[in-house]
Write a protein that binds this ligand. Structure first.
Ligand code: AMP
Ligand code: FE
Ligand code: FE
Ligand code: ZN
Length: 285
């Protein structure tokens, strides 16, 4: 039994509906999946329903954008209460930050005489958490760039003329928010950031796990983070980070982890829930 715990739907920058993801999970014989859209849990109810109908276990999730000592860190959340009021109100803030950022990126493009309209990006994104991939797709759709890669290379990447940084919460705040919602906090694709020096302070802030297996991790990188997981007693997770068909061949199922890791994740979440529901601790709002 295997699981893919890192997937995006069209509620962030993936191309598939949650229902299509569930069907793909079934097709690839996955026992469990999680939907980890950037800064939103909107797709989770539909994914849960579709997974249930197909006999695939669904783990609610999200991927929060955070920052630690100037490094952008993505923090995956699993088994969280997707109706938690504080979680939802924080997410609304980050969604509005993302929407304003799209307007700023488009304004920069316009200054560069690239005639893209923010409305075209929003119409294409059709979600609360739009990002650079949507701007890239809109540029391609309008014939202003030949490919998504070209859009990132010419305009959207860091140090390119239309790059706009995103306001980010601290990693410690993200971890606290996830715990507040009864979830488990996992550092996403650490091999992409190559900022291992931030790990100890995140562990101190309550980090529960680390994503050892990821599409962009080599076997050597995965082994390196398995050792770190061992050293800091962190849970091990993994997933394909599939964005649907936006980047060529769909990645779902290409990175999958044995189900025993999901079991440990759920046990940790149960422990967290028992702690948060303890009447002696702060009431959840
Ligand atoms: P954002 O959250 O708006 O900053 O966008 C980040 C997302 O853009 C990542 O999750 C990737 O899906 C995508 N991305 C980042 N860099 C590139 C790139 N060079 N080419 C294509 N997609 C990229
Ligand atoms: Fe993404
Ligand atoms: Fe990420
Ligand atoms: Zn991701």
């Amino acid at each position: 039994m295997f699981a893919d715990l890192h997937l995006h739907s069209r509620f962030s920058d993936g191309t598939w509906q949650p229902e299509e993801l569930a069907q793909q999970a079934r097709k690839h014989g996955l026992a469990a999946i999680s939907l980890t859209d950037h800064d939103t849990v909107e797709g989770c109810p539909a994914a849960a329903k579709a997974c249930e109908a197909l006999g695939v276990e669904f783990i609610p999730g999200t991927e929060l954008t955070a920052e630690q000592r100037g490094n952008e860190i993505h923090i995956l959340a699993y088994c969280l209460d997707i109706q938690d009021a504080r979680l939802l109100s924080e997410m609304r803030k980050f969604q509005s930050v993302r929407q304003n950022r799209v307007r700023e990126i488009v304004a920069r493009l316009n200054e560069l005489r690239v005639p893209l309209k923010a409305e075209a990006v929003f119409a294409l994104a059709n979600c609360q958490a739009p990002g650079r991939p949507h701007v890239a797709r809109a540029l391609v759709q309008a014939g202003l760039c030949g490919s998504l890669d070209e859009a990132f290379e010419r305009f959207l990447k860091k140090n390119r003329p239309a790059f706009v940084p995103k306001f980010k919460m601290s990693a410690a705040d993200a971890i606290a928010l996830i715990h507040h919602a009864g979830g488990v906090a996992v550092m996403a694709h650490p091999g992409l950031n190559r900022s291992d020096e931030v790990i100890p302070s995140m562990v101190e802030a309550g980090l529960d796990g680390i994503e050892c297996f990821h599409t962009k991790h080599s076997t050597v990188t995965a082994e390196h983070y398995l050792q770190i997981a061992d050293r800091f007693r962190l849970l091990v997770t993994g997933g394909s980070d599939c964005h649907g068909i936006s980047k060529g061949v769909p990645l779902i199922g290409t990175v999958k982890i044995p189900y025993q890791h999901v079991k440990k994740l759920k046990e940790r979440a149960e422990k967290r829930n028992a702690e948060t529901r303890n009447p002696k601790s702060e009431a959840r709002t």
